[in-house]
Design a binder for this molecule. Structure first.
Ligand code: ATP
Ligand code: MG
Length: 475
């Protein structure tokens, strides 16, 4: 069995004790590629304070140290703390194997098939503890590569240097040491954070080819942190965008949720546009926006994303169904207009447009049915806001998706003032009692035309209203 496989099976790697805490500030290691040099940023030269670190993460760090292992806070948490942010999770890297970590913490479990990790569980908080790992080709044969350079397996343990260089961005490869509260930097990440720059470690094109999702991460993290993407890391993105179609649709779904439901949706969307990634992840929306000369659909989308960001900022819940209804609305409108132009009747066209757009999008992003069904309902309910027939009004008000569909109608006002009257009616309707509403409808809608459920409004009138309301003017 090759050495690397033995390690994979859980035998301890050489303990990584190659970082002297009291040594010179800079030492050079010849770790296989690239050569890395360690810079130690002492406590008085950075702003990370223990009081900003989760007490549970501190507990894990201290227990690892007291048991003779190396343990560092690493990744997003160190980066976020350096820019004064509040990390949402605290990850730890160690030279202890997952089994050794498991033995140290009764409240831990091992997860992951491809690469084993320990989760140390403290109530609702989970501290992820990962053994230093490498993904460099060290000739052990324990790494397989896709022809295009995509990484299929990266499951060998390594040194802390290996662990640093296999990370994506320099800002994500900083290690906070509990023994002296210093930050350890092997790849120049500390300077890049100060310069507010997202920079890939190593050759950008190669790193994107290994894992195209890194392109989305560059945009998301730059949007979140207010960083610029370093020019050399930005350049290949538009060119390599089509590689995203090779990424797992389930992973892209998760990544889209992070892009748009973490409070930086507007900046993320603008980043996707600016770096040419929109056609790769939302192809039909990108095409619909490009052909919408007035820009009304884009304004509506951005308005919706602004609302999403405001909700996140206020700790209000946000729903993936509403988000995707918004992101795919331009595609839906375009499909609907196309079908209606072919003479398909309004109701049938709405259903088919909703199905077509959903199905098409599933080719890139795995949108689970528990989100795609309510997303479609939000779309299909739009055409029902033009009705003033008493029973239909009551039924729509009682619909479980009414609120979301109404909020969506409000957003559509940004694209077209044509819905102002409907918005006014439904705003009022929600505040009225059943009797008040009936009375109001009785006055506004004489019995002979609207009152009976089965006595639908005259066909010509209904068709005109429905199609007008379902498909906003897009040019
Ligand atoms: P956030 O949690 O704020 O979204 P993060 O950087 O912590 O950002 P995670 O997905 O939690 O993102 O990943 C944790 C760390 O793992 C990263 O900081 C980075 O060091 C490393 N990492 C994550 N994804 C990749 C990747 N695709 N390629 C290489 N390293 C990665
Ligand atoms: Mg994280």
């Amino acid at each position: 069995m090759p050495a690397a496989n033995a390690r994979q099976a859980g035998t301890s790697p050489e303990p990584t004790r190659n970082i002297p805490t009291d040594g010179p500030a800079t030492i050079t290691s010849q770790a296989f590629p690239p050569a890395v040099s360690l810079r130690v940023i002492p406590r008085d030269q950075h702003n990370i304070s223990r009081k900003d670190i989760s007490p549970n993460a501190l507990r894990v760090l201290y227990r690892l140290r007291d048991s003779g292992f190396a343990g560092y806070l690493v990744g997003g948490a160190v980066r976020d703390l350096l820019v004064g942010g509040h990390p949402k999770d605290f990850d730890i890297a160690t030279d202890a194997t997952p089994e050794q970590v498991k033995a140290l913490f009764r409240n831990s479990r091992l997860i992951g098939r491809r690469f084993r990790l320990a989760h140390v569980v403290f109530g609702r908080e989970i501290i992820e503890v990962a053994t230093f790992r490498a993904n460099v080709d060290d000739g052990s044969g324990d790494r397989e590569q896709h022809e295009g350079g995509r990484l299929l397996r990266d499951n060998v343990y390594g040194t802390i240097e290996d662990d640093a260089v296999r990370r994506d961005f320099t800002a994500n490869a900083l290690y906070y040491a509990i023994e002296d509260f210093s930050v350890r930097d092997y790849v120049g990440g500390f300077e890049d954070v100060q310069a507010r720059s997202m920079k890939l470690i190593g050759d950008p094109e190669q790193r994107y080819r290994e894992d195209p999702v890194r392109m989305l991460r560059a945009i998301r993290l730059a949007a979140k942190l207010g960083f610029e993407i370093d020019p050399a890391s930005a350049e290949p993105i538009a060119r390599l965008a089509p590689l995203l179609s090779e990424a797992a649709p389930a992973r892209l779904f998760e990544e889209l949720l992070k892009l748009f439901l973490s409070g930086n949706a507007v900046a993320s969307f603008e980043g996707l546009e600016r770096f040419g990634l929109l056609p790769a992840i939302l192809p039909e929306t990108a095409a619909a926006l490009a052909s919408n000369r007035s820009g009304a659909l884009r304004s509506m989308l951005l308005e919706g994303l602004r609302g999403t960001d405001a909700r996140v900022a206020n700790d209000e819940p946000v729903s993936p169904a509403f988000l995707f209804a918004l992101l795919l609305w331009p595609a839906y409108c375009r499909a609907l207009i196309g079908l209606q132009a072919q003479g398909v009747n309004a109701e049938e066209a709405q259903r088919r447009a909703a199905d077509r757009v959903t199905l098409h999008q599933l080719g890139t992003v795995a949108l689970p049915r528990r989100f795609s069904l309510p997303m479609q309902e939000i779309w299909l309910l739009q055409s029902r806001f033009s009705s003033r027939q008493r029973k239909r009004v009551m039924r729509l008000l009682a619909h479980p998706r009414f609120r979301a569909a109404y909020d969506f109608l409000l957003l559509r006002l940004t694209a077209s003032s044509e819905h102002a009257e409907d918005v006014a009616f439904w705003r009022e309707a929600q505040t009225q009692s059943g009797e008040e509403l009936s009375a109001a409808l009785g006055v506004a809608a004489p019995r002979d035309v609207y009152a009976e459920d089965d006595a639908a409004p005259p066909k010509r009138r209904r068709r005109r209203r429905r199609s007008g309301s379902a498909a906003p003017a897009t040019e």
